[in-house]
Design a protein around this ligand. Structure first.
Ligand code: ADP
Ligand code: MG
Ligand code: ZN
Length: 181
């Protein structure tokens, strides 16, 4: 009998969160477990219907803008549920994943732990708190080559989210990071 749980994969942009999420989902598929993969639909321009990593790994995914949209689209038969870009969801995502885990589901969540200001991003701190397992991964600093934990915005926009603009961000270590610049 499968016991449910919550796994969080977090880190800055380009740290490999989506790759790691897709790796775990693929393994579940190999085990012939019923899988469902969601991604926040904030940006559907390039990867409509897919989760895609910066290294072009991809798997089909269901777009959902809100937590209630995830609830509506959830397949009750799915035992493994992946969610990418979880930082964009409302606080209600926490109750949803706890409820699903309590009902035996394995939830694998990937999301940015901090935003371009270096502040905790959306529901990620709460998701990390309720998780059974947290994996925090690092990118490579684009200035000095050290392990990177920060997401540097390279445009002047002050909006929290600059949609679809991976060329507007780069990974930086703490020393090279200039919050909000
Ligand atoms: P995330 O979902 O965390 O933004 P992805 O899983 O989409 O990251 O992409 C990770 C991949 O991005 C790496 O395997 C590598 O090919 C590529 N990449 C590009 N820039 C960097 C960087 N600065 N540090 C690490 N990987 C990078
Ligand atoms: Mg990603
Ligand atoms: Zn650096």
């Amino acid at each position: 009998m499968y016991r449910g749980g919550i796994e969080v994969i977090c880190g800055c942009m380009f740290s490999g969160k989506t790759e790691e999420l897709l790796r775990r989902i693929r393994r579940a598929e190999l085990a012939r477990l019923p899988v469902q993969l969601f991604k926040h639909a904030i940006d559907t321009r390039y990867t409509d219907g897919h989760v895609e990593s910066h290294s072009s790994m991809r798997l089909p995914a269901i777009g959902a803008m809100t937590v209630s949209e995830i609830r509506e689209k959830l397949n009750p038969q799915a035992w493994i549920i992946g969610i990418d870009e979880a930082q964009f969801y409302e606080p209600g995502i926490v109750d949803l994943v706890v409820d699903l885990a309590n009902r035996g589901r394995r939830i694998i969540i990937a999301g940015l732990d901090t935003d371009f200001r270096g502040k905790p991003f959306g529901p990620m701190p709460q998701l990390m708190a309720v998780a059974d397992d947290v994996t925090k991964i690092q990118a490579v600093c684009m200035v000095c080559g050290s392990p990177a934990t920060c997401t540097q915005r390279t445009t002047t926009s002050q909006d929290l989210v600059v949609v679809g603009a991976t060329d507007s961000y780069e990974a930086r270590c703490r020393q090279c990071f200039r919050p909000g610049v």
